[in-house]
Design a binder for this molecule. Sequence first.
Ligand SMILES: [Zn+2]
Length: 207
Amino acid sequence: MSLGKAMIHARKQKSIARVAAAAHASEAVSPAHSNHILQMPVLVLNASYEPINICGARRALVLVLKGIARTEEEHGLTLHAQRSHVAMPSVIRLLEYRRIPHQTRALSRKNILLRDRNTCQYCGVVLPANELTLDHVIPRSRGGNSTWENLVACCHACNRRKGNRLLHELDDMNLMREPRAFSLHTSRQIMRMLGRGDDRWRKYLFY
Ligand SMILES: [Zn+2]
């Protein structure tokens, strides 16, 4: 089975996901805290040890339990689910090499917010995803398309202020930076930023 198919299969196979969902961390943490733990970022390495992605701990556990990836670095917490105990991963590595095309990221709200680091590209405020919207730099009503180059993360206040106008029609609104497609280079920058303070990640990210 190819890795792509295996991952789809893993997604469909809910039982392991349920185990991960029902799991709770030891170390006397509350269920709310264990939910937080299952959302913590895990660094994903290719079979070649090249860093390729970041996913949530819940998804990382599914990949490990399905035998698609193995844990390279543990987080230091153990999950108890039914009769099994699973060490929480901090870094996982795919067992089968996956060829990464240069621009693989799908154009989506999630990926635009990730590219823009949840930062309004007009005023610079950093907000949780659910408090941000996407702004068409050239409004749709004026022929703007939904593309990487024309969509940016935006707070609701700036979105209202900009309305249907073009940037040159506004004196006080400018983009913090030119919006570009999400490249592997962008992903690496984000991985490095997130991994700066984590020794378990650093050895894979700074070489
Ligand atoms: Zn703003």
